[in-house]
Design a protein around this ligand. Structure first.
Ligand SMILES: NC(=O)c1ccc[n+]([C@@H]2O[C@H](COP(=O)([O-])OP(=O)(O)OC[C@H]3O[C@@H](n4cnc5c(N)ncnc54)[C@H](O)[C@@H]3O)[C@@H](O)[C@H]2O)c1
Length: 311
């Protein structure tokens, strides 16, 4: 524990958390409030698949923050709506006078093996994750530029960074978010605006049903995760990245699972080969492939890479 840990890393800050009515987002909102932030608690209150609305979920989290002595306002708009994203930013400024950080956390799943994936299922998932992250980031960008500061934190996923079965729509959106974040960090550095990603693993309703597992495997997995890989354990990393304590950190991808945190690598060339005569498809087959074969990335799934338990 550092000497001034009680001061609150987000004292006098205003933070907007999307999808904060439950799961990981709820814990980020609660933790941010405990660290001194005023919080805009956004949540549509949908099912995991993105259907329906329940205004009570955002309201409950805002009420929980207030009853613990914090400041919060609920917002029940959808992150898929560009105009609504402007209203969320305005809500922060109108209620608390400023906005310092946005946590793009709202998410849904529509898992399907690729050859059966529908256009509607692809569209719905990309709209919430990738468009949602864009809408909120872009809506905040003008304000951040004007005030010369701001932080964005986006939830990505090992499903995009590494891979998983039956989640092409989700993986595409989540890896799109990594590119979005990296671009924002480059474009907005001149205005002292930072952007980072977190790939969390935490027990929530979203990962209760992981594709490709038997009922028995799922039950075992669920019980283990519930106890050891909790949604509240993601919040400290999100709060840190939103705070000025992370002022030197931008364009990065972190992971968190239980009490483990990771820093991910980002794609760079791993092998190069030159051909004086220029490449032909046949030369690529005969010379490049044998040279590169040992370095090809295996078709791992996330759980192959994270083969050890979190405890
Ligand atoms: N739980 C994990 O292990 C895990 C792993 C990788 C990534 N993630 C990511 O972390 C984030 C939080 O996931 P979670 O596990 O807490 O899931 P969750 O389902 O508990 O929470 C997601 C929240 O987003 C809200 N939401 C959905 N669509 C919305 C919209 N259009 N506008 C506003 N709110 C909306 C939902 O109502 C819900 O409360 C997601 O982006 C998810 O993809 C989670």
């Amino acid at each position: 524990m550092t000497s001034n840990e009680s001061a609150g890393l987000l004292a006098d800050k205003v933070i907007l958390v999307t999808g904060a009515g439950g799961g990981i987002g709820r814990h980020i909102a609660l933790h941010a409030a405990r660290e001194g932030a005023s919080v805009v608690v956004n949540d549509l209150g949908s099912t995991v698949g993105g259907d329906g609305r329940d205004a009570a979920r955002a309201a409950q989290v805002a009420a929980d923050i207030e009853s613990a002595g914090g400041r919060a306002v609920a917002n029940t708009d959808s992150v898929t709506d560009w105009e609504a994203a402007q209203r969320m930013v305005q809500s922060a400024v109108g209620t608390f006078g400023r906005l310092d950080a946005v946590i793009n956390n709202a998410g849904i799943l529509r898992d399907r093996i690729f050859h059966q994936l529908g256009v509607d299922e692809f569209d719905a998932v990309v709209k919430v994750h990738l468009y949602g992250a864009f809408h909120l980031s872009r809506a905040a960008a003008s304000l951040f530029r004007a005030q010369g500061s701001g932080a964005l934190v986006h939830m990505t996923s090992t499903s995009g960074l590494i891979g998983n079965l039956g989640q092409a729509n989700y993986a595409a959106a989540k890896l799109g978010i990594v590119g979005l974040s990296r671009s924002i960090s480059l474009d907005m550095a001149r205005f002292n605006v930072r952007s980072n990603c977190i790939a969390p693993t935490a027990f929530s309703r979203m990962i209760e049903s992981i594709p490709g597992q038997s009922a028995e495997e799922q039950a075992r997995f669920r019980e283990k995760l519930k106890a050891t890989v909790r949604a509240d354990q993601v919040a400290p990393l999100a709060v840190f990245l939103a705070s000025d304590a992370a002022c030197e950190v931008s364009g990065q991808v972190f992971g968190v699972r239980g009490n483990e945190v990771y820093l991910y690598s980002q794609p760079r060339p791993v092998r190069t080969m030159h051909c004086d005569a220029g490449w032909s498809p046949r030369r690529l087959a005969e010379q490049m492939l044998p040279a590169f074969r040992p370095s090809l990335t295996p078709l791992d799934r996330a759980r192959d890479v994270f083969a050890w338990d979190a405890v």
